[in-house]
Design a protein around this ligand. Structure first.
Ligand code: FES
Length: 116
């Protein structure tokens, strides 16, 4: 049986800030630090997403990036990434995809799975 690594980030853990579903309004996102991993959690197009909070171009964080229809625009240079797959929509730039994490809502809590 595989190890369960889903992390309820509403738990009162010292390195995980509380986050409830209601904290993520449409078109908004927050960065959460889960152990050594900064994760950008957001809602766009009614869907919740979680991606590594580090742009593959020049390592910008995604706070402040524009969210629309499941796509985030990097706030530093404007590259766009599909949140469901992490792929960069400007393939000609050759940027690596963002790492994505399974995320779901259970009883008003946001759960992120950091399994590899
Ligand atoms: S750092 Fe994200 S596009 Fe340049």
């Amino acid at each position: 049986m595989p190890a369960v690594r889903a992390i309820p980030i509403t738990m009162n853990m010292s390195d995980i800030p509380p986050l409830a579903s209601a904290d993520l309004a449409e078109g908004h996102g927050v960065a959460v630090q889960i152990r050594e991993q900064s994760v950008f959690v957001c809602r766009s197009g009614g869907q919740l997403y979680a991606v590594a909070n580090r742009c593959p171009h020049a390592s910008s964080r995604f706070e402040g990036g524009k969210l629309r229809d499941g796509v985030i625009t990097c706030p530093l240079h404007g590259a766009k990434f599909r949140l469901s797959t992490g792929e960069c929509l400007y393939r000609s730039l050759g940027y690596a995809p963002l790492r994505t994490f399974p995320v779901r809502e259970v009883d008003g809590k946001v759960l992120i799975d950091l399994s590899p």
